[in-house]
Design a protein around this ligand. Structure first.
Ligand SMILES: Nc1ncnc2c1ncn2[C@@H]1O[C@H](COP(=O)(O)OP(=O)(O)OP(=O)(O)O)[C@@H](O)[C@H]1O
Ligand SMILES: [Mg+2]
Length: 568
């Protein structure tokens, strides 16, 4: 819990400037031989170094869409700071007038890509992997604020050497989605990068593939022009599994004389930034690497169990979208499940491997890529290599324990019960239930199917046979919780409501919010932010009517609401 009383508020930009601390960035290698005034905004190969310096491309006449109240409070950022001209300039990517002590240039990093465990090079325009990385994300600040170190990164801040010929921008639509979802996830108690603020402009548009109105098409049908936007996201670091892979691939192939050294540096840097409290700095490299693998496994399995708990599908869980700190990163073609379907996948190009219930397998693949990246550092130590292999091979047993515990907590049970679980899954699929509403209603400890019918998409079609199956299941389940029940049912109910959210971010609500925002009205964005940053509370009847609500049947299958083909 944050102790706001002992926190220092930051009222002015000069106060923020004083908290700037680039010492972590300085642990890493900047790309060598970079000529000062080289235009670093065209695709090119970057052969070595952990980052390149690049000047963000500012938004002209930025419009302030919103900021995160919760996160600003956590940072101690006051309204006067957040509304200051300097703040608006910096986070709409204009770094030209920053005070001394603050870098007037940003940095972007290269990374490699593995899709479901397979190494790819073809996405790089040079087919080498040397021009793949942050194509539109540029970090601009590192600061230690109230004893915690944060990196501030602009998403959509213009081209970098890794832009692959694209525009380096993000559009308002995708930025509103990412901005709200990131803080929603934090409020759902799922580790994630955070949102600071969101700016747009009417002075610059880019083209994106999209759909005709009310279309059922799975493929984009038209190119539309959209206003660009920049979200500032903030995290303890933005190191991805793919980033480790890039340096490990180079070390493995001995691509240049410093390849091994750069890998080692990055891994130690990752430990310093993300695993400081778990890994003692006195240990030797091999011991550190082993502990790193163990702890990342621990975090990644918890993360994915949490995603399933809240109904989140990442959609594109490649190794380059997998944060090495074990938190959620890259809210692209994500979605929160509505009608339960284990193979739910909001992204039409994503494939079943990244679908809802397959996320543990996708995580396992990313974990394998992670472990492979550590291997060069253990090459001369066969005992440690064996240990790493063991850690890698036991991913699934840890994943299963985390999933079992998660399901037990959703069901209010002390212990996972496979019979109760399997029967429930079958019933949920057969009946077409809303995932969130079902578990929230279950948290009221119902005794009859009538009490959970509100979560059924087609309650009128639930026949007597199905009703009796539900009643039997509820009876069985109640017998279990009664057996386990030390506390009163009210206590159990309250406990279940801390793991089963009342509100999740439904795409059709997001669509309304970004459509309004595209017309210059940010009220719905703010309203959604407010509700989605308090997802476990009941809220007023009016809010319940609107947001504790199943997806309207008319929206099923509609492109841009039920699925997307492009998210950027
Ligand atoms: N409009 C764009 N301009 C330049 N590069 C882009 C653009 N869109 C995507 N990319 C790059 O393509 C790669 C794959 O895109 P992906 O959708 O995973 O990431 P993203 O949403 O841009 O970024 P992140 O993972 O940083 O949240 C990334 O390296 C990204 O930087
Ligand atoms: Mg990405």
């Amino acid at each position: 819990m944050m102790d706001y009383n002992t926190m220092k508020n930051i009222n002015t930009f000069d106060e923020l400037a004083k908290l700037t601390d680039y010492s972590f960035l300085e642990e890493l290698n900047c790309e060598p031989n970079l000529e000062q005034n080289e235009d670093n905004k065209t695709p090119r190969q970057v052969f070595s170094g952990h980052y390149v310096l690049v000047e963000p491309t500012a938004l002209k006449k930025p419009l302030y869409v919103s900021y995160s109240e919760d996160f600003c409070k956590e940072l101690g950022f006051t309204k006067s700071l957040i509304n200051s001209n300097e703040f608006i300039k910096m986070f709409s990517a204009d770094m030209s007038t920053l005070p001394s002590g603050m870098k007037k240039i940003g940095w972007a990093t290269g990374y490699a890509l593995s899709i479901y465990g397979t190494e790819y090079y073809t996405q790089c325009p040079f087919q080498t992997g040397n021009a793949y990385g942050d194509g539109r994300a540029i970090s601009i600040l590192e600061a230690v604020i109230n004893n915690k170190r944060w990196e501030f990164q602009l998403k959509g801040a213009g081209r970098t050497p890794y832009c692959r010929g694209a525009d380096g921008r993000a559009v308002l639509r995708s930025s509103v989605r990412e901005f709200i979802a990131q803080e929603h996830m934090h409020s759902l108690k799922v580790p994630t990068s955070r949102s600071l603020c969101l700016f747009t402009t009417t002075k610059e548009q880019v083209k994106r593939p999209w759909f005709n109105n009310n279309s059922y098409s799975k493929e984009a049908e038209v190119m539309i022009e959209e206003d660009v936007a920049i979200t500032t996201r903030v995290a303890s670091s933005f190191i991805r599994v793919g980033q480790l892979e890039l340096f490990a691939r180079r070390a493995r192939k001995n691509e240049h004389e410093k390849a091994y050294e750069e890998l080692e540096k990055l891994v130690l840097h990752l430990i310093n930034r993300e695993y400081n409290s778990e890994i003692n700095s006195d240990l030797n490299l091999e011991q550190k690497v082993i502990l790193l693998a163990q702890e990342f496994k621990n975090r990644l399995t918890s993360l994915v169990a949490n995603w399933i708990r809240v109904g989140y599908c990442q959609g594109n869980f490649n190794s380059d979208n997998c944060a090495a700190g074990g938190f959620t990163l890259d809210y692209g073609p994500f979605g929160f499940i509505e009608m339960f379907n284990p193979s739910y996948q909001p992204w039409t190009n994503g494939g079943v491997h990244f679908s809802f219930f397959n996320q543990p397998n996708a995580a396992k693949k990313n974990f394998e890529s992670f472990c492979s990246s550590l291997k060069p550092l253990l090459a001369s130590d066969s005992k440690s290599l064996k240990e790493l292999e063991y850690i890698q091979n036991s991913f699934f047993s840890m994943m299963k324990t985390k999933l079992d515990n998660m399901w037990a907590s959703k069901l209010g049970l002390d212990k996972f019960d496979s019979e109760i679980f399997n029967e429930l899954m079958n019933l949920m699929i057969k009946t077409k239930v809303d995932y969130t509403i079902f578990f929230r209603e279950l948290s009221n400890i119902p005794s009859s199917v009538e009490d959970i019918k509100i979560s059924f998409y087609d309650a009128s079609n639930v026949n007597e046979n199905l009703k009796s199956q539900w009643n039997k299941w509820l009876e069985k389940w109640r017998a279990k919780i009664d057996n386990n029940l030390e506390d009163s049912s009210l206590k159990l109910s309250n406990k279940m409501k801390t793991v089963n959210p009342k509100y999740i971010l439904r795409e059709w609500h997001l669509v309304e919010a970004y459509k309004q925002a595209q017309k210059g009205n940010y009220e719905l964005v703010k309203q959604l932010q407010k509700i989605m940053t308090n997802p476990y509370i009941e809220n007023s009847k009016d809010i319940q009517r609107e947001y504790y609500s199943k997806k309207p049947l008319t929206l099923f299958g509609i492109a841009g609401i039920s699925h997307v083909s492009c998210s950027s």
